[in-house]
Design a protein around this ligand. Structure first.
Ligand code: SF4
Ligand code: SF4
Length: 458
């Protein structure tokens, strides 16, 4: 079979969707029981879940997804912020505010400006960034990307520092990916946007219009040794049922070929931006987005899932319960956006709250915020990470690490109200650390943080 068909076989996906219409209660029950064993689902099984809108089925799916979320990721929610570096782009993606026909002035941060932005984010309490660049070989060459990542890691403000820089750059060569590996990025994230080839080719022009260049980019990144890989779809461009099967199929392919599935899925819905004139051809409702999140959680349980500030706080809160493990907060989507510059932005955001406000609401939900970056720094990436995650052993690390990193936040950045709420949540989950020794060691490190030490992790 040609390699491309192993990643995405449109005929197989369409057939899976065709053959799974109107699932019975028994079939849905059977699939959910299988999903609860946390060994994943076949494309056809995912098709059945996608093909029901029955309110009871949806409720059952949300309950099962919440159970898996809780078993694997527990009460924790990892925070990061996007950092837009350059809006120069040679592509004309029809859905994006940075498309090349947009006459608005472009902005590319100097290394000094990068440092200023990073300091602002560190002063908010962020430890993890997703660093974003438009595609432009002249303005954003790989050596500039490397220099930016170095500048990020070298910038400290007070007790603040960025401990993990995840990167989103256009599909590129193994050689370029090796440079990202060498500079120590965390996850390499690249969205297919849509897995539907005709739609992809219609909505793109410029180098990104090459569907296969995009589709095989993760293979090249993995070959270069970047073993934490993020996949994503921009929901709204094509039928969401097809896209979910595309994501699952891509994840299964990577798992089979490299022995390691994607580290994360992102599930953005298209949102308006200045000068973007397309109406999303296949709009996805908020309820459908929640269904997508639940189904991905059931189908690919060990891949983390990210939601951005494109969604309203109410939807984000529900999404945290049924599958999301990482979220951005207090985001700006233009280069220099964290200062005064509010120029050209990639898309509009629908959760404008600051980090402290978002934390307050998730604490009230009973969740534990985490700024943990431990795995990547301990070399627990790719297969090593999956070997820990699959038997459920990662729990013993994530909970204490979440407690310690959130404790740092409480000491250094929190408002009085978040301090109060945070203390209660930390006590609650500290008592749930199973391993006695780890609990004892967490207590010791907790004290060290109160005494001014930082960056203590398991
Ligand atoms: Fe450029 Fe990315 Fe926007 Fe496309 S989606 S126009 S590649 S910034
Ligand atoms: Fe993520 Fe590893 Fe930290 Fe858990 S311990 S939150 S998996 S980095």
């Amino acid at each position: 079979m040609p390699e491309i068909k192993k990643i995405i076989n449109e005929q197989k996906i369409n057939q899976a969707l065709e053959e799974t219409k109107n699932p019975t209660n028994e079939r849905i029950n059977e699939i959910l029981n299988k999903a609860l064993k946390k060994r994943g689902l076949t494309l056809k099984e995912v098709g059945y879940l996608l093909n029901t809108d029955d309110a009871d089925h949806l409720e059952q799916m949300f309950r099962a997804a919440a159970k898996i979320k809780n078993d694997i990721y527990g009460e924790r929610l990892v925070f990061f912020a996007p950092l837009y570096i350059s809006s120069y782009c040679v592509n004309g993606c029809a859905y994006c505010g940075f498309h090349k026909r947009n006459p608005a002035p472009r902005k590319k941060l100097t290394l000094e400006e990068v440092k200023e932005q990073v300091k602002i984010l560190e002063d908010m309490g962020h430890k993890r960034l997703l660093v974003e660049f438009g595609e432009d070989p002249k303005n954003n060459p790989i050596d500039y990307v490397v220099e930016v990542v170095k500048a990020i890691y070298n910038t400290k403000s007070g007790r603040g520092e960025i401990r993990r820089a995840n990167v989103n750059i256009a599909a590129t060569s193994v050689e370029d990916y090796k440079k990202l590996k060498d500079v120590g990025i965390g996850t390499y994230q690249l969205f297919q946007e849509t897995y539907h080839r005709d739609t992809y080719e219609k909505l793109h022009n410029g180098p990104k219009a090459d569907y296969e260049r995009q589709l095989f980019a993760h293979d090249r990144a993995l070959e270069a040794g970047l073993d934490d890989i993020g996949l994503g779809v921009l929901f709204g461009l094509y039928n969401y049922k097809f896209e979910v099967l595309g994501l699952v199929s891509h994840a299964q392919y990577l798992d089979e070929k490299f022995g390691v599935g994607p580290h994360t899925f992102s599930v953005p819905r298209w949102q308006p931006a200045d000068t973007v004139t397309i109406d999303p051809p296949y709009p996805v409702s908020e309820q459908e987005l929640l269904k997508i999140i639940a189904i991905l959680r059931l189908a690919v349980p060990y891949t983390g899932m990210i939601i951005s500030t494109r969604e309203r706080p109410e939807i984000r809160a529900k999404a945290f319960e049924i599958g999301i493990s990482q979220t951005s907060a207090a985001s700006k989507t233009s280069p220099g956006g964290y200062g005064q510059n509010q120029e050209l932005s990639q898309f509009n955001i629908f959760d404008p709250r600051n980090l402290d406000e978002v934390l307050k609401s998730i604490l009230k939900q009973g969740l534990l915020p985490s700024f943990c970056t431990a795995c990547y720094r301990q070399g627990r990436t790719g297969q090593v990470f999956m070997d820990l995650a699959k038997p459920g052993n990662i729990h013993n690390l994530c909970r204490p690490n979440a407690i310690l990193t959130f404790k740092e936040y409480l000491e250094d950045y929190a408002s009085a109200e978040v301090k109060l709420l945070g203390k209660k949540i930390i006590n609650k989950y500290f008592n749930l650390i199973d391993d006695k020794q780890v609990r004892q060691e967490t207590k010791i490190r907790f004290q060290k943080i109160e005494n001014g030490e930082r960056d203590l992790y398991f």
